[in-house]
Write a protein that binds this ligand. Structure first.
Ligand code: GDP
Ligand code: IMO
Ligand code: MG
Length: 429
């Protein structure tokens, strides 16, 4: 299989950025295919940290990086991110960055609506990243979005802007907000257009060409399967499909292009934002894992909720997303625990479940059934070979593999790029 599709198999923040960066040196192209700057992907290379939200994680290693049509693009956030990453010494040009010209834009009015809705929802809020992701996707499927290609036709944009703003003005009025200032919005678009247009192109065509030439394509998912708008813990999800199949529709390549599907899986569980979380730990063990794992959101700085490994959820994610093999990350965070627990099923109203039911109230009422395993006192941090791992860590990894019914292809033992153990090469498998 020449291509690899990386997806998160939990609620995001599994370490996708680290693994994509590690694999990128062996790929010819890295493609983002959904989500937007709600993502926060962290790369650590020789002690230097890069935080990417919109830019594909191949950009730092100099691999051609593509933002596909399935992404929602905030052009101002992109400009800020490009400036930040360039200040760290990475040149970003039309040579190494391509943006799909049919990408819908996130506008300031989307951010406004995201915030207005979350504030109005009070305790029932989703806990979004506040980036306008949901409202932008709504406008895309509502067929009123402004897209990257429209930036080259601003003189004829008025009817489209009218249609979009009429919709938003009605919603804003409901929240007691003034209508959108259309002239100011058009002016902002005029100002940002040249910056975006220098990267814009029909990327499906570029990808077709490089694929024909035998290029290895690495697709980089954002968020995780449990945040998928269909398969996740609805309504506490993001507004895109985060599963592997989206790599094809979100980039303009066919379904036979996704190759090896590498599910990124954290050795425990985290979630940021509201919603059900059966194995959540609200005790000192949760506190300890959160501190050791630096579990604070890359995008919003929010404290992530932390819990034991949930094999039921990961087995479900792997099945739904057709995962070929997983990369197990952050095993080092579990070092020093006397005992580790794995959730193997749920108890719900007297019945035992081996899957997460679809209804939100049922999900919230699921009580985890745990299997205990002995921990390990030795350090796994920085290990670069399987043989260097303590026996009990190996037993834990093997048990996870059995329970999720999917092989482990990689193990990550620290944030550093090269602290990675390869067991099965996704590019040649
Ligand atoms: P992503 O959104 O899936 O790319 O993940 P994030 O970057 O948001 O969060 C993962 C965090 O864990 C980052 O701070 C990474 O640097 C860090 N990380 C990744 N792999 C490992 C690992 O194996 N061990 C430890 N301790 N940290 C890791
Ligand atoms: P990466 O790619 C973790 C969560 C938000 C919220 C829900 C909806 O870094 O793994 P949105 O702003 O998308 O409408 O928020 O989804 N969320 C993430 N959680 N990692 C992410 O991305 C996330 N992107 C969105 O916290 O619960
Ligand atoms: Mg993240």
């Amino acid at each position: 299989m020449a291509n690899v599709t990386v997806i998160g198999a939990q609620w995001g923040d599994e370490g996708k950025g680290k693994i994509v960066d590690w694999l990128a040196s062996r790929a010819d192209v890295v493609v983002r295919f959904q989500g937007g700057h709600n993502a926060g992907h962290t790369l650590v290379i020789d002690g230097k940290t890069y935080k990417l939200s919109l830019l594909p994680s191949g950009i730092v290693s100099g691999t051609l990086s593509v933002i596909g049509n399935g992404v929602v693009l905030d052009p101002w956030a992109l400009r800020d991110e490009v400036a930040k990453v360039e200040a760290q010494g990475v040149a970003i040009t039309a040579e190494n960055l391509a943006i799909a010209d049919n990408c819908p834009l996130i506008l300031p009015l989307h951010r406004d609506l995201d915030a207005l809705r979350e504030t109005a929802a009070g305790k029932g809020k989703i806990g979004t990243t506040g980036r306008g992701i949901g409202p932008a996707y709504e406008d895309k499927v509502g067929r009123r979005a402004i897209r990257v290609c429209d930036l080259a036709h601003l003189d004829t944009l008025e009817p489209q802007l009218d249609r979009l703003c009429a919709h938003h003005d009605a919603l804003r009025a409901g929240f007691g907000q003034p209508p959108v200032d259309r002239a100011a919005l058009l002016e902002e678009l005029r100002e940002i257009a040249p910056f975006v247009l220098r990267f814009a192109q029909p990327v499906w065509k570029r990808l077709k060409k490089v694929r024909r030439a035998g290029a290895k394509i690495l697709f980089e998912g954002a968020q995780g399967v449990l945040l998928d708008v269909d398969h996740g813990t609805y309504p506490f999800v993001t507004s895109s499909n985060t599963v592997s199949g989206t790599a094809a529709s979100g980039s303009g390549l066919g379904p036979n292009s996704t190759g090896f599907v590498l599910g990124i899986v954290k050795a425990y569980t985290t979630r940021v934002g509201s919603g059900p979380f059966p194995t959540e730990l609200e005790d000192e063990i949760g506190q300890r894992l959160g501190e050791r794992g630096h579990e604070f959101g890359t995008v919003t700085g929010r404290k992530r909720r932390v819990g034991w490994f949930d094999a039921v959820l990961v087995r479900q994610s792997c099945a739904i997303s057709g995962v070929t093999g997983i990369a197990l990350t952050k095993i080092d965070v579990l070092d020093g625990l006397e005992k580790v627990k794995i959730c193997t099923g749920y108890r719900l109203r007297g019945k035992v479940y081996d899957y997460l039911p679809s209804h939100s109230a049922d999900q919230a009422a699921c009580e985890p059934i745990y299997e205990d395993m002995p921990g390990w006192s030795e350090s796994t941090a920085g290990a670069r070979s399987y043989a260097d791992l303590p026996a009990n860590a190996i037993k834990y990894i093997q048990r996870i593999q059995e329970l999720i019914e999917c092989p482990v292809a990689l193990v990550s033992t620290s944030p550093e790029r090269d602290d990675t153990i390869l067991m099965r090469d996704p590019f040649v498998d």
